[in-house]
Structure formats: C-alpha cells, structure tokens
Write a protein that binds this ligand. Structure first.
Ligand code: CAO
Length: 418
C-alpha cells in the first residue's frame, strides 16, 4: 500500500495561545500508534498532551522543548499508509510496533485530544500527564518526587531516579513519613561529593538487612590475657620465618568452633520461612574497611586452616580488598561474619547481619583492666564482643551461650583442640 506524509498540527486548545512545549516524546523514525502522546504542552494553569491522530512513522519533528505553540502550529510530519482510514481514537486498531522500546501502549483512560488535565484548577504534583502516568504505573506518588525541571516540575528522569533510589533501598519504609528534604545552603556553605559505588551497594544491602532482620545484640567480654601472651611468643617465632600471627585469626578459629557447637548460628532461614538450611561448611566473612567503603571477603573452609595460614590469608584478603582486587566470588558464600574494630578502638557496637547469615560477631579493642580474680585485683586484657543475631532463627538464651562459649575459648585457646 502506498504511503503518504501528513502534517500533525496543534489541535484546538481553547483560549490558550503561545503555550510552552515541555516534552517532545517522539523522534524521527519512531513508530507511533493512534492516540500515542507526541508532545506535552503546559500553560499557566494546566498541562496537556497532543496525541497522534493516526498510526505511522514519525518523519520530521518541527518543534523542541521550550518552543511556544498555538492552535495550528506544525508539530511533526507523520508517514501513514495512504489507504488507512482516519483513526478513531477509541476504536482504531493499535498494532504493537516492532521496536518494543519506543512507544508507550495506548491507554484506555486517554483524554480526548487536547483535553486539559487538571484544568482549570492547579496542576497536581507539577508534572506532565505522561510523567504522572509513568509515576502511576510504577506506583510512585508524584507528590513525593523532587522535581528537577523548570519551576520544579517533575520530569521522567526524576520519577526514574526516585524508583532507582527505592530499589537501592534508599527510600523510606512503608507507612513512614518521607525524610525531610533540607536545603543546606540556607544554613551555610556546603559541598557535594558522589558516593563511591562500593558504598552505594553496601548501603543498599545494609538497609535491606536492617529492615528485614529482627536484630538483637548480645554483648560479652573475653579475657584474652593468656591468648595475647601466647600470640606474642609464637608471633615472634613465626616472624623469624616471615610469618605472623594475628588476633583476627584467633577470632576466626574461635568463631568456627562456636558455629560447630551451635549449628543454628551456621544456618539460613529458607525463604518460605518454614525451614532452616544448615550449612556443613565454615566460610567466614571478614569486614574490611577500605577507602571506597566496607567490603566483606570470605575465608573458605576456615575449619581446615591453622592460625598461621589464616593470618596470612586474612592479610592477603584485606590487602586485595584495599587494592580493589577482590573478585565477586571472593565475597560470596559466607556463613558468619566477623567485624573487627580492634585496630581502631571504641567499645561495644551493634553490627548489622550480613544476610543470609544468622549472626555477626563484632570485636572491639581489648583493654588492660583490673579484674578481681583469685581473691585479688589483677591486670587482665579484656576483649569486648558484640554478637548480633537474627531472632527469627536464634533465641536470646542460645546467643548468650554462644557468647559465653566464645569467651571460654578465647580465654583458653587450648579448648580449640577439644
Ligand atoms: N584488641 C586490641 N588490639 C587489636 C585488636 C583488638 N581487638 N584487633 C587488632 N588489634 C591490634 C592488632 O593486633 C594490630 O597490632 P599488632 O600489629 O601489634 O598485632 C593492630 O591492632 C592493627 O590491627 P588492624 O585492625 O590493622 O589489623 P587486624 O588484622 O586486626 O584487622 C581488618 C584487619 C581487615 C579486620 C581491619 O583492618 C579492618 O578493616 N577493620 C575494620 C572493619 C570494619 O570496618 N568493621 C565495621 C563494619 S560495621 O559492622
């Protein structure tokens, strides 16, 4: 069938003249279906869309965002089939175009051509109809979206960014009021920096875990006086051979022993909520502080490794993490995570569980303190422990037992041999 080109003009828009074009929704080469929105106009009072009178291919677009138009102004040229009847907006066939990425589907609630949305009242949410429709389809309340367009208008990119932020976990929890949007410039000078990618990803995971898991944190304190004496002595010996013995390696070993004794801590809640998946392997994640943000490499099969080997591997993993050399595989498969802030200081803290793990052990800086022992005050090195656990999997009593066991093992590392 032969094709012909027809001009598409601004239809009757009532008394409005010199109206701003705020969106051009098609470009040359785009296939369009009847009633598909071509441009959006915005007057002082309302926004409206101009739909395609017929289906076809857009050839030339005569307007751009910011142009002012009135009734009769040319918008674009449409190539249509010559014999095709003039489309009835409600009943014309609406073939799905071959390029699925382009046109939006015709909407059953489409206003008649040139109908003013919201007129004569104020513009709702200050967004064009197409943007409001997109927001509706995505379940976004357009009133909650910060607009970056002229006069604070919400544009498509704002809705997309809002959804992206929600997907990344940055949105508010259901039912809670939105976080306050503060214009910091009002109070003084500010600077803005992009958030490193690792921090963005870690932040989304932390938020998801914090919201989804009922956390409880059990605190404890291990007397590591003997452990430190042993580590210093053995560490010196290993140093002669180019090795080392880190405190962290002891924490990994003690954690494995506790997981073996209390297997629920090595479990994951099945997504259907009716079963526990108990791991029979012992891969321990270790939180590493890097300039780009927190990462958690995993030591595999920690139960099979000795303290010297673990010390070496932990140092390697931390080095790779800081050099951004870790592969995704090296950060997967963990059973339990250790978060050590001992090199920095500070007291007990409440770490966030790294799902789908059941618990995480926070270790803080050991301090020499006077302890009443054997009838007298003695200087002892006390290590703060903070065990955060998923209360759906673990009861408080079990967590207390786990921490007490850790305290016993760390107080006398010979127990690791039992
Ligand atoms: N008590 C007292 N001293 C401690 C200690 C503790 N609990 N832990 C470490 N130290 C000492 C170490 O023994 C070391 O001294 P020596 O060289 O004399 O042995 C010194 O502090 C430096 O420790 P470090 O922290 O640099 O090294 P590490 O092996 O103990 O830890 C790592 C490695 C990767 C865990 C650490 O560098 C790190 O990144 N920690 C931060 C983790 C984090 O950000 N957690 C928070 C996440 S939110 O839950």
């Amino acid at each position: 069938m032969p094709n012909e080109s027809i001009p598409v003009l601004v239809p009757d828009i009532g008394d409005f003249k010199n109206v701003d074009i705020i969106e051009v929704l098609v470009k040359p080469g785009d296939p369009v279906v009847p009633e598909q929105s071509l441009i959006t106009l915005e007057s002082e009072k309302a926004a409206m869309e101009v739909p395609a009178p017929r289906g076809g291919i857009v050839r030339e677009v005569a307007v751009k965002v910011g142009d002012k138009v009135s009734q009769g102004s040319p918008i674009l040229t449409l190539e249509v089939e010559a014999a095709a009847p003039v489309a009835d907006a409600q009943s014309a066939p609406r073939p799905r175009p071959p390029d699925a990425a382009i046109p939006e589907p015709p909407r059953p609630d489409a206003p008649p051509p040139a109908a003013l949305e919201g007129a004569p009242g104020p513009v709702h949410g200050h967004a064009s109809p197409s943007v409001r429709r997109l927001a509706r389809e995505l379940g976004v309340d357009v009133a909650q979206v910060a607009g970056s367009g002229p006069k604070g208008r919400v544009v498509t990119a704002d809705v997309q960014a809002h959804v992206k932020q929600a997907m990344a976990g940055g949105s508010r929890a259901a039912g809670l009021p939105p976080p306050a949007q503060v214009d910091f410039h009002r109070f003084g000078p500010v600077a803005e920096y992009p958030l490193p990618r690792i921090r963005q990803i870690a932040g989304a995971n932390l938020h998801r875990n914090w919201v989804n898991i009922p956390h409880v944190t059990q605190f404890g304190e291990a007397d590591i006086t003997e452990l430190e004496a042993f580590r210093r002595a053995e560490g010196e010996r290993l140093k002669q051979q180019g090795g080392r013995l880190s405190l962290l390696a002891f924490f990994v070993k003690a954690s494995v022993a506790a997981l073996q004794r209390f297997p629920d801590f090595n479990s994951a809640l099945h997504p259907d909520g009716t079963r526990l998946v108990q791991r029979r392997y012992y891969h321990i994640g270790v939180a590493v502080d890097t300039p780009g943000g927190l990462v958690v490499p995993v030591v595999r099969d920690a139960e099979r490794k000795g303290l010297a080997e673990l010390s070496r591997e932990l140092a390697d993993l931390a080095g790779q993490a800081r050099a951004r050399k870790l592969t995704p595989e090296q950060m997967q498969g963990g059973c339990f995570t250790l978060s050590s802030l001992g090199g920095i200081g500070g007291g007990h803290f409440t770490p966030i569980i790294n799902a789908p793990e059941a618990a995480i052990l926070g270790v803080s800086r050991a301090q020499l303190r006077p302890v009443y022992r054997d009838g007298e005050l003695q200087p002892r090195r006390l290590l703060p422990l903070s065990l955060a656990f998923d209360h759906r999997i673990i009861d408080g009593a079990a967590a207390a037992r786990f921490v007490v066991y850790l305290e016993e093992v760390l107080a006398d590392v010979r127990r690791l041999l039992l």
